[in-house]
Structures are given as C-alpha cells and as structure tokens.
Design a binder for this molecule. Structure first.
Ligand code: HEM
Length: 405
C-alpha cells in the first residue's frame, strides 16, 4: 500500500495539472501549459480525466454539442438552483435568450458614457502625486458599480452587494479555509435575501432595467426559483473576472513600457491592448466539459460523464495558431482588417461569455482614461498575485505611481 501510495504521489507530482495547483503554477502557469501541449493534444491527468492546451482541441470541444457542462451530480440534484453556466440545453437556451439582448454591444452603446463617468469618479478620488493601489481604487469597484446599475440594484444596496458578491466571487479563486467557507455561506444567504428584496421592489414598481424585464416574464419563460441563480450569476460573473482583466492589462503594459507609451500617444490602441491581454494573460485560465456519450476525441476514447480540462490560457499560446505566442504584442489585434486568431478567454460555443462586450467596454475605458490622466504611470511596489486557486488569475494589489519628469 505504502509503495503504491508513494508511486501514486510521484505520478501526481509530475502531472502538470497537479503542479498548476501548487506554488509553481500560481507563480507562472504558462510553462506547465507548454508541458501539457508537448505531451500531446489530449493527455490524461490523474486528477481530472484528461487535459488539453491545444487551441484546436479546446475549440472543438467547446463547440461540440456532444459535450456539456451539466455534471451527473447537478442533474441528480435537480433543484432548479443551477445558473446558466451549469445548464445544458434546452433550459440553457431558454434562459440565455432572455438575458442576451441586454448584453449585446448595441444594447450597451449607452453604457459607455456611464462607464466613463464611473472611471473618472474613481480616478478623481486618487490622492494626487501619491502611489495608489490600482486594483482597490479602480479595477475592483468599477465592475460592481456597472453591473448593479444594469440590473437595477438601488445604490443604497450596492455596497452590500459589492461585499457579498466579492466574497462569493472569491470562491472562484478557490476556497481557502473553514472561515472562508463560513463567510461564503453567510454572504450567499445575505445576497439571496437582498435579491429577494430587490425583486419585491421591482414587482411593486417596474422600471427600465434588467430585473424588471426578467420579472415581467416570470412564471411564463422563467420558472420560480430560476431568477435568483440567474441574477446571482450576472452579478458575480463580472466581479472576479473584469477586475483581473483591468489588472492584468495594466500589469502587461507597464511591463512593456514601449507599448504603454504607444497607448498614451494613441488611446484608441487600448482596445488592442485589452484583447492581447485576454490572449496572453487571461483572467479565467481554464474550464471543463464532460461528454454526454462515449466518444473519441483527438484519437483518445472518452467515457460518458468523464472530465476534460480545457486549459484556455494554454490554448491561447498554441504556436499552431499564434506566432511567437509567448510575446505580448498589442499589434496582433491593432489592425482590425487582419486581427490575430481568436483567443479562447471568453470560451466558445453555447456558453461563450455573455458579458464579453461589457467586460471589454469596462477594461477599454479604464485603460483609455488611465493613459490620458496618468501618462507617466509606472509600477511602485511588488505585485501581489491573488491567493487561492488557479482558475482565476490576476493581481490582488497593483501599486502604481507616476514617473516624475
Ligand atoms: C461565461 C469569462 C466577464 C457573465 C463565461 C465563460 C468564460 C467567461 C470563460 C464561459 C465558461 C465556460 O464556457 O465554461 C469572462 C471573463 C470576463 C467575464 C474573462 C472578464 C474579463 C463577465 C461579465 C459578465 C459575465 C462582466 C456580466 C454579465 C457571464 C455569464 C456566463 C459567462 C452569464 C455564462 C454564459 C452561459 O453559460 O451561457 N465568462 N467573463 N462575464 N460570463 Fe463571463
């Protein structure tokens, strides 16, 4: 038993997917993705079935209807407490159709101004001439303000939402301790109660916001019990992700000062910088899918219900698709007539991130305004990477200052 346990640990210890969860992967997961890709397009992992860092295989799985997100366990639970992300068609199709129109670039056209005003307000509050934490001052509060606005959560409640949403969002980065579990459960309960209150208010006084539009079709296209998990996902999905897109973009640009200068000289390059950051250092590093039937993928037989870990951040550096994939170069996406291939950082297929246009808008406006108002921005301290799990990647704090002269 001892020998086989030691052998098993040795086996796991060499597995790149296992090493992703350790200090090695937290510091720099990218060499581990390379290792996975070197081993083949689809390789077993003792922890989670199979793993892939191949752009082609990841894309294929995400778009293949024979793969789903609904685990056996969730199906058995069948308690209606599943969010979009955990549902397969037909429930997924029905609910996604209800919310999708509110998140298209066209629907968001009017939001740009509001995002700009929030960014300006947050930057106005930064102490002049002193170093400040860009995450706490801008990247973290921005997505919360914007999504509570869109949903129609009253301003008085948005601070409470922000607190509880952040706690719940932090679970995405990995549950860290028993204390964390307790806080999580409490935050979940409070957020549920707060949502109920918001629903009540909106039932009494419908307005022109997303919650009112959803309530209008309750009982018809939305079953009782579906509304809360849907709104909860909309709130939380943008918290721990958009904050890191802003953090990772600024981090990448300040690590490549020539490219920061280019953005300062031409803020319209902010969109390309955000897009290249999504490819090069994405906030969501991986997802998974499970086949609904026995099938073959990349020549490997997979059993129904097994797991395939899709290392999206690894796929984004697949040399089959991107030239010199390890190099950060905003010019890949600067020429709109011939952009680089699509990264997979917002996933693909049915579950393609609903909030992608909103996340891009927030990050682009944040970077544009920073470039205009803080042209001599530079790092002023050590970067603290987020603790906890390795699905989400971004700085917990990013202290910046302005170069003098
Ligand atoms: C789904 C990433 C921001 C709402 C997803 C998925 C990814 C992702 C990778 C799909 C996961 C999978 O296929 O298994 C990101 C990143 C963001 C971001 C990197 C920011 C940089 C947002 C925002 C919202 C949002 C701001 C707010 C509305 C959603 C929803 C889904 C989703 C509702 C589920 C869609 C479905 O299952 O049909 N996101 N997201 N996301 N995202 Fe985002």
């Amino acid at each position: 038993v001892v020998r086989s346990t030691v052998a098993w640990h040795g086996h796991v210890g060499r597995d790149p997917f296992a090493r992703l969860q350790l200090t090695e992967g937290r510091r720099d997961p990218y060499p581990l993705y390379e290792e996975v890709r070197r081993r083949g397009p689809l390789v077993p992992t003792p922890l989670a079935g199979h793993q892939t860092a191949s752009h082609r295989v990841c894309r294929e799985v995400l778009r293949d209807r024979r793969f789903g997100v609904q685990s056996e366990e969730a199906l058995n639970r069948g308690d209606g407490e599943l969010s979009l992300l955990e549902l397969d068609p037909p429930d997924h199709t029905r609910l996604r159709r209800l919310v999708a129109p509110s998140f298209t670039p066209r629907a968001l056209a009017g939001t740009r101004e509001r995002v700009g005003a929030v960014v300006d307000g947050l930057l106005d509050a930064v102490p002049a001439g002193e170093p400040f934490d860009l995450v706490g001052a801008l990247a973290s509060p921005l997505p919360i303000r914007v999504i509570t606005d869109l949903l129609g959560v009253p301003d008085d409640d948005s601070a409470a939402f922000a607190r509880d949403g952040a706690t719940i969002g932090s679970a995405l980065a990995g549950v860290q301790s028993l204390g964390h579990v307790v806080r999580l459960l409490e935050a979940n309960r409070r957020l549920g109660a707060l949502l109920e209150e918001v629903f009540e208010q909106h039932r009494r006084e419908p307005r022109d916001d997303l919650v009112s539009r959803l309530l209008a079709v309750e009982g018809d296209q939305v079953r009782p019990g579906e509304l809360a998990p849907l709104c909860r996902l909309l709130l939380v999905a943008g918290f721990e992700t958009t904050v890191n897109l802003i953090g990772n973009t600024v981090l990448a640009l300040l690590a490549h000062p020539d490219q920061w200068r280019e953005v300062v000289e031409d803020p319209s390059l902010a969109a390309a910088a955000v897009e290249e950051t999504l490819r090069w250092d994405p906030p969501v590093q991986r997802t998974f899918r499970s086949p609904h039937e026995d099938l073959e993928l990349a020549g490997v037989p997979l059993a129904r219900g097994s797991m395939v870990m899709l290392l999206l951040a690894g796929a984004n550096r697949d040399p089959e698709v991107f030239a010199e994939p390890g190099r950060f170069d905003l010019h890949r996406y600067a020429d709109r007539s011939a952009p680089a291939a699509e990264h997979l950082s917002f996933s693909a297929g049915l579950h393609y991130c609903l909030g992608a246009p909103l996340a891009r808008l927030e990050a682009v406006v944040a970077v544009e305004r920073l470039a205009e108002r803080f042209p001599r921005l530079q790092r002023a301290g050590r970067v603290r990477r987020r603790r906890g799990g390795t699905v989400i990647r971004g700085p917990a704090a990013l202290v910046v200052g302005q170069r003098s002269g």
